[in-house]
Design a protein around this ligand. Sequence first.
Ligand code: ADA
Length: 755
Amino acid sequence: MRNIINLNAGWKFSKENEKLPESMPNGWQDVDLPHTWNAVDGHDGNGSYDRGCYWYAKTFETPAQPLKGGRIFLEILAAGQQATVYVNGKGEYYHEGGYSIFRADITEACKEEGENLLTIACSNENKSSVYPQSADFTFYGGLYRGVNLISVPEAHFDLEHWGSSGFMVTAVPCDCGGAKFKLESWPVHADENFTVLYSIQDACGKEVANAVRPADSTAVEVYVPDVTLWDCDNPYLYTVTATLQRRNEAYDEVSVRAGVRSFSCDPDKGFILNGIPTPLRGVSRHQDMLYKGNALTKEDHYNDAKIIKELGANTIRLAHYQHSQDFYDACDELGFVVWAEIPFISVMNEDPAAHQNCITQLKELVLQNYNHPSICFWGISNEILIGGISEQLVENHKELNALCKKLDPTRLTTIAHVSMTPIDSPVHGITDVESYNHYFGWYGGKMEDNGPWFDNFHKEHPEISIGVSEYGCEGIITYHGPNPACKDYSEEYQALYHEHMAKVLDERPWLWSSHVWNMFDFGCAARNEGGVAGRNNKGLVTMDRKTKKDSYYVYKAYWNKEPMVHLCGRRYAQRAGETTEIRVYSNQPAVSLFVNGELESVKTADKVFVFHVALRDGFNNILAVAGKCKDSMTIEKVEKEPDIYVLPEVNERAEGVANWFKLVGDLDLKAPMEFPEGKYSVRCTMEEISKSEKAMAVTAKAIKLATNFDLAPGVGMWDMMKSMKPEDMTKMAGSMMPDGFVESLNAQLIQIDKE
Ligand code: ADA
């Protein structure tokens, strides 16, 4: 039978090693897996992180195999981003792509018995043929999910088919209340004496059906009467086992879990689960945590899933790459509808090898995760038009979509469009359903633009099921104030923005899905925003998972079914002024607010309850009561609010915009946009502009004011932004920028000769 040996403990790691060691090295660092070398520098705000090719080494005993001809595989659950596996000094396997499982048959390289030396060279260096090429997150390096040794008899279920389990289960509900389980497995080296035994067990472990097939024709359809369906409230799971049997002996066995559910999307009705319209409302998640990087344990993954469940979300977009089996398992068990995707993100690389890498990552994603009932959508790209459109890009999308449908006709394909993707772009209509990333109310535009934008898209494209794949804004829990505003990074503005968005989504059930960007703050070494460098702070929860921001409770009030009440502003603990605003989130019809033991007032509202209360000097006790739920906090009335409540940059930016207009002086801000030959303009890419020092200086200054990003070749988010044009970037900032801003920038650029 199959023997799976966990190899996570007792590794040696080196950054200094230069060549393949011949014996177990001395002097290397002791590490256990999961491990990344970017656990700290991946998000500590130093502006960069270590991207290199480093070494892991470990010894292991050749597993005893009772039968002749057995095989030994090494299973790497993920290696960021490229890895070469050596056993006893021989290169056995090379894999590209940092998020999928791969296995190497190391049988020939292992000694007959005794100790073997396993060495893995792992690299997160940039490689033009491997996605992601550039994106707003840290590409952590290392063996961050763990390693197993799998020993199997010569006849076994295939372990070399794109890292899959060699067993596929498709459960389809029937109208009569039963279900068809389509089963197929891929035994290798199994002659005519072998059969495959299938067994389906219900959630209590009781067998409800079985079947037998010859090993060379394993596909079968099994009927199970009276099934319990899988849904978000009752994620009922069956266990399905395939056993490779030779006479009276089981040679190999694989068990997977299956859920019986049907789903579809309709442009007007949204997402439909088991025949019931079920708008998907949830969050996106990255796989990292503070000072752990992406080296997460099973417990960390389950903990994240539980925090999202407590929020009341019913969907998770697992951005922007394949996640751990532990997390997909958690989604199966807790009842989330999952959007799973490949890291074809931001910019397409013309290199044909890069397209092949996309294809490989898609095959791995689909085949390794086919059996998870939580997954309903395969995402084929994210914000890919940042790098501009080409015929090749459209073709590549069509090819990826067709491949996905061929590998898995049971699920729907999807795409996350960048905000400025025109609504008549040729990238529409390729995938089954679509989605837009919009940051109106953050990078640009007003939050009030979101609803009408989607209404218009829906009107113009009544044939497309549309969703909101990303929306969000930064919230840093030490910034506060009585007048929250866009780009102040305050916890209050973030909460106000999400109050608005939660309502917009609630009023539009035809939006098949929505995913907050992001559930948790996450590492992005290149970022420097809001006084917290190295991170993206759009999470509803902090990166250490310790603080749920007020915005978290907006959604808890909207989505979770348990009665709740939450007082906002507990971290806005010292307030100046005679009166203050108290916002309360609750899913109950009425909230009573008590201030210092006295009933202030009782209000009825839908989810958001707003009170204005007088404060006495010193400490004030605030208590909100909604039905049986209570929440309390203490705030102090002070002369002056603490300086740390305001990000210094907020004032600097306001001054900066004013200075910009002084600087451009008498330029006609309403001048028609002109684009003379041989001159720079707002329609050149940043890469072109960067060729001239003068053009770069003026543009970088404008972009900093417009979007708050620092732009300089090779620095920060450059890789992602170099193919963007200033016109598009300032457009993204939209109504946040005063009239004439882009015109005045253009007027300056067209004075400069192209180099
Ligand atoms: C994009 C991108 C995300 C995310 C976001 C942001 O929309 O798809 O990866 O980081 O930007 O926060 O700016």
